[in-house]
Design a protein around this ligand. Structure first.
Ligand SMILES: NC(=O)c1ccc[n+]([C@@H]2O[C@H](COP(=O)([O-])OP(=O)(O)OC[C@H]3O[C@@H](n4cnc5c(N)ncnc54)[C@H](OP(=O)(O)O)[C@@H]3O)[C@@H](O)[C@H]2O)c1
Length: 293
């Protein structure tokens, strides 16, 4: 198998690149000559992002926009079909889109929205693309998790948060970010020996569009916290490093922060839970993995 030579000339698919950490990462990856496909649900925000990314990448930068609302499984399936039709290779898949919702909402599939966007969308998209990613080895799958996973558990007895929307959304958000790590752990195990790595990371507390969708009070709170937050560029640094650097070629199943492999919570290291979550997620999405169980 070939050595990793960085993202230059490679097909990189990234979700959540219309703002915040994902946009900063896309700009830096364009600077490093990656061939980018960004997933976006809004034409106008996608257009603004493309302008920023092409300005960062300079002459010759081409950015493909893939239209999808990650809260809908039909939309994720259409997205995957479009990627597979358009790209014989997928070198890097970055599952970065995510959000927190202050009140419980259901998706068109009848699933709780935070879980659907933050965990099930990356799970489904990755599985639908997995055969192509495996055929593109060496290849990388990176998922944006969070330190907010600390203290969370996977609510196997209440997957749709019907018995209570935990912590005004913060508790629920933590469950989804824990799921990002457990997904990465189990994915890495299933991909052992294939040349495809799976890692996740915590970007730090970042001044982005995060939690600005939950009313004036939350947006005001985020503004107050802004002086203590990192820039999106700093938040994207570990993501870009995980995508680009040859240093991490042998790393898989890791949780990173500040370019260091870090120890997630005990709940995030439970292999039996990771396996069970995978099976439940297959049921929730109807996805069957192109990996050994
Ligand atoms: N900010 C932090 O302090 C922090 C800390 C730890 C982890 N994180 C994680 O970092 C990741 C990026 O967040 P951010 O801070 O950069 O927040 P952000 O500025 O709000 O960006 C979130 C991105 O996700 C996209 N997105 C959300 N829901 C979507 C949907 N249904 N379909 C398609 N795209 C959707 C947004 O698209 P639109 O432009 O269309 O809304 C946007 O591009 C998330 O996974 C978050 O959990 C953030």
């Amino acid at each position: 198998m070939q050595d990793w030579t960085g993202v230059a000339g490679k097909r990189v698919i990234i979700t959540g690149a219309t703002r915040g950490i994902g946009l900063a990462a896309a700009c830096e990856l364009a600077r490093r000559d990656a061939r980018l496909s960004i997933v976006a649900r809004s034409e106008s925000r996608a257009g603004a992002a493309v302008t920023r990314i092409t300005a960062a990448g300079g002459a010759g930068t081409e950015v493909q926009v893939l239209d999808a609302d990650l809260s809908s499984q039909a939309s994720v399936r259409t997205l995957a079909a479009e990627i597979l039709a358009g790209h014989p290779r997928i070198d890097v898949l970055i599952n970065n889109a995510g959000a927190i919702y202050g009140s419980r909402q259901l998706t068109v599939d009848g699933l709780e929205l935070t879980w659907a966007v933050n965990h099930l969308a990356p799970f489904l998209l990755t599985n639908l693309l997995l055969e192509r990613i495996r055929a593109s080895a060496p290849a990388r799958i990176i998922t944006t998790s969070s330190g907010a996973h600390h203290g969370a558990h996977v609510p196997f007895d209440d997957m749709n948060a019907e018995r209570g929307y935990r912590g005004r959304g913060f508790g629920r958000y933590g469950e989804t970010k824990l799921a990002n790590i457990l997904f990465t752990v189990e994915l890495a195990r299933r991909l052992e020996g294939t040349g495809v790595t799976a890692n996740c990371f915590h970007p730090g507390f970042v001044a982005s569009g995060f939690n600005r969708n939950n009313g004036g009070l939350m947006a005001f709170g985020m503004s107050l916290a802004r002086p203590f937050a990192r820039s999106p560029e700093k938040g994207a640094d570990t993501l870009v490093w995980l995508a680009d650097s040859a240093e991490v070629s042998a790393e898989s199943g890791g949780y990173f922060a500040n370019r260091r492999r870090s120890m997630p919570s005990a709940a995030a290291q439970d292999l039996a839970v990771a396996r069970r979550l995978w099976e439940v997620s297959e049921e929730q999405t109807g996805a069957r993995a192109a990996t050994a169980p």
